[in-house]
Design a protein around this ligand. Structure first.
Ligand code: NAD
Length: 512
C-alpha cells in the first residue's frame, strides 16, 4: 500500500478532494453532475469533479470570444513568450504531473514523465515557430502589383482528447494554437479529468502572472454531451479531436456540416514487418515495447507483426521468452513493465477480443487473462498475450485498445506490404531490415500507406518535430511539428496595386 508520493503531488498540482471542472484560466466554476475519478492502479477514488452543464458551457464561449479579440492583437513572438513561460512551469511541475498521469491513467511513471517531457518539447518548438509563421510571396502577372500570402488566427479552437495521452495531446494543440493567436477550449477525457484540471491550474498560473485576460485557455470537464455541444458550435472555428474512429466519424461529419475545420486523430492498427535479415535483438525489443507499453493503449501501439516465414518460429520463440519476463503491476513502481488498463470496460473489451480471435481460428502462443490478488485489486490488470492469426480475421482488422499482439507470416516483401496496408486504419508502421532496398521499397509510393513509416524503430511513439497523424480511418489529421501550425490559421492571399491604373487579370478589358 505504498503511496508513491501521490498525495503530495496532488496537493502541489492544486487538486483537492472536490474540484470544479470548468475554468476560463481565471475563474473556476461548474454546475453539472459530479464525476468520480478512480485510479486503475489501485481502484481508489482519487477525487471528485463537478462537470460542466450547458450554461457553464455558454459562459465559457462568451469569455473565449472576448479573449480572442484581445489575444489576436498580441504579436506572435509575444504569444510565444507566454508559451515559453508555460514550458518553464511544466519543467517545475514535471515530476508531479508525470506521477498524476501515471496514477490516473495507469501508464508507467517513466511514460508519464515522458508525456510531460513532450509537453515541454512542443513548447520549445512553438516558441521558435512564433517568429516563423511564414507565408509565400509571389510575382504578380500585372505590372505594379505585389502578391503575397499571410496567415491569420482562426478564433476559438476546441480540443477534445482521449484518455490515453491525458496531457500531451492538449499541449500539442494549445502550444501551436496560442502562438497562432487562437484561444482554446479543452474537453479532456472524462476518464482522466484530474490531469485536465492539473494542466489548467498550471496555465492559469502563467496567465495570471502575465495579467493576460481570462479565456485564452479554458477547460470544460464533461462527457459526450458537452463534447457534442463543442463540435456543433459555430463559434468554434477548429475542432481538434483525438479519440476512437467511431466517435471521430461523427465529429468529422458534424463539423463538416457547419463548414468548420477539423483535425482528426483516430484509431490505429499498426504493424511491424520483420524481414528475413532483420536484426532480431533490437527488433524484438521494438516489438515488445510497442505491444505492451502503456498496456497496449497507445494509438501507435504495435498490434500486428508480419514476419518472414524463414524466421517465424525463431521470432515466435523469442517473443514467448520476452513475454515471460514481463512484470505486470503498479505503474508507479519502476520495476514493473506493464500497468493496468484504464477501466473494467476496457478489460471486458480485451476479453471479448480474445474470445472473438479464438472463434476465428486464432492460436494463442501466449495466453491472456485477468490478474487477481492483492497487487491487482483494481481488477484492471491483464496479461499481455500473443496470437497467431490471419490478417483477414475481422478481429485483426479492428483496433482493440489492449495488449493483444497478432503475429502472421509472409513469403515476399510485396505480400508483407500488402498485408500491412490491408486494414482500415493508417497511422503508424515499421520495417525491421538491414537491406537498404527493402527499406526504400517500404518507404516508397508502393510501400506503407500510413502517416508514419519507420525503419528499424517500432511503431510506438513519435518525436514532436515531425507531423503526427495517419491516413484512412485514422482521420487524415496532423498535429505537432513540421508545418502543422498552418491548420491553426486561416490563409489569405493579398494583391496590392501600387499604380494609378487598374489592369484586370487574364488581360480582360473593362472600359467605362
Ligand atoms: P473516445 O472516442 O471514446 O473518446 C475520446 C473523447 O471524445 C473523449 O473526450 C470523449 O468524452 C469524447 N466524446 C465521446 N463522444 C463524443 C461525441 N459524441 N462528441 C464529441 N466528443 C465525444 O476515445 P478514448 O477511448 O478516450 O481513446 C482511445 C482512442 O483514441 C483509440 O481509438 C486511440 O487509437 C485513439 N487515439 C488516437 C490518437 C491519434 O493521435 N491518432 C492519439 C490517442 C488516442
Amino acid at each position: 500500500n505504498q503511496d508513491f508520493g501521490i498525495e503530495k503531488s496532488l496537493s502541489n498540482l492544486g487538486i483537492s478532494t472536490e474540484n470544479l471542472g470548468v475554468s476560463t484560466g481565471g475563474k473556476y466554476f461548474a454546475n453539472g453532475d459530479v464525476l468520480e475519478s478512480y485510479s486503475p492502479t489501485d481502484g481508489k477514488l482519487i477525487a471528485k469533479v463537478t462537470t460542466a452543464n450547458f450554461s457553464d458551457y455558454d459562459a465559457v464561449i462568451e469569455t473565449s470570444k472576448k479573449a480572442f479579440l484581445e489575444f489576436r492583437q498580441i504579436p506572435a513572438p509575444k504569444r510565444g513568450e507566454l508559451v515559453r513561460q508555460f514550458g518553464l512551469k511544466l519543467r517545475h511541475y514535471k515530476e508531479d504531473l508525470g506521477k498524476l498521469v501515471s496514477y490516473e491513467m495507469g501508464k508507467s511513471l517513466q511514460e508519464g514523465l515522458g508525456e510531460v517531457q513532450e509537453m515541454i518539447d512542443i513548447c520549445d518548438f512553438a516558441v521558435g515557430l512564433s517568429r516563423q509563421l511564414y507565408g509565400f510571396t509571389m510575382h504578380s502577372e500585372r505590372p505594379g502589383h505585389r502578391m503575397y500570402e499571410q496567415y491569420h488566427p482562426l478564433g476559438i479552437v476546441g480540443i477534445i482528447s482521449a484518455f490515453n495521452f491525458p496531457v500531451a495531446v492538449w499541449s500539442w494543440n494549445t502550444a501551436l494554437a496560442w502562438i497562432c493567436g487562437n484561444v482554446t477550449i479543452w474537453k479532456p477525457s472524462e476518464k482522466t479529468p484530474l490531469c485536465g484540471i492539473a494542466c489548467q491550474n498550471i496555465i492559469t498560473e502563467v496567465l495570471r502572472e502575465n495579467e493576460l485576460p481570462e479565456g485564452i485557455s479554458s477547460m470544460i470537464v464533461g462527457d459526450h454531451k458537452i463534447g457534442d455541444r463543442l463540435v456543433n458550435d459555430k463559434n468554434v472555428a477548429l475542432i481538434s479531436f483525438t479519440g476512437s474512429t467511431k466517435v471521430g466519424r461523427m465529429v468529422g461529419t458534424n463539423v463538416a456540416q457547419r463548414f468548420g475545420k477539423s483535425i482528426l486523430e483516430l484509431g490505429g492498427n499498426n504493424a511491424i514487418i520483420f524481414t528475413e535479415n532483420a536484426d532480431l535483438n533490437m527488433s524484438i525489443i521494438g516489438a515488445v515495447f510497442g505491444a505492451v507499453g502503456t498496456a497496449g493503449q497507445r494509438c501507435t501501439s504495435t498490434r500486428r507483426l508480419i514476419i518472414h516465414e524463414s524466421i517465424f518460429e525463431d521470432v515466435k520463440n523469442r517473443l514467448v521468452k520476452a513475454y515471460a519476463q514481463l512484470k505486470i503491476g503498479n505503474p508507479l513502481d519502476e520495476n514493473n513493465h506493464v500497468g493496468p488498463l484504464i477501466d473494467k470496460d476496457a478489460v471486458q473489451q480485451y476479453l471479448d477480443s480474445i474470445e472473438k480471435c479464438k472463434k476465428e481460428g486464432g492460436k494463442f502462443v501466449v495466453e491472456g487473462g485477468v490478474l487477481e490478488g492483492e497487487h491487482y485489486t483494481s481488477g484492471c490488470y491483464v496479461k499481455p498475450c500473443i496470437a497467431e492469426v490471419e490478417n483477414s480475421f475481422e478481429i485483426v482488422q479492428h483496433e482493440t485498445f489492449a495488449p493483444i499482439l497478432y503475429i502472421m507470416k509472409y513469403k515476399t516483401l510485396e505480400e508483407a506490404i500488402a498485408m500491412q496496408n490491408d486494414v482500415p486504419q493508417g497511422l503508424s508502421s515499421a520495417i525491421m531490415t538491414t537491406d537498404m532496398r527493402q527499406a526504400e521499397l517500404f518507404l516508397s509510393q508502393q510501400g506503407s500507406d500510413c502517416g508514419i513509416a519507420n525503419v528499424n524503430i517500432g511503431t510506438s511513439g513519435a518525436e514532436i518535430g515531425g507531423a503526427f497523424g495517419g491516413e484512412k480511418e485514422t482521420g487524415g489529421g496532423r498535429e505537432s511539428g513540421s508545418d502543422v501550425w498552418k491548420y491553426y490559421m486561416r490563409r489569405q492571399t493579398n494583391t496590392i496595386n501600387y499604380t494609378d491604373s487598374l489592369p484586370l487579370a487574364q488581360g480582360i478589358k473593362f472600359d467605362l
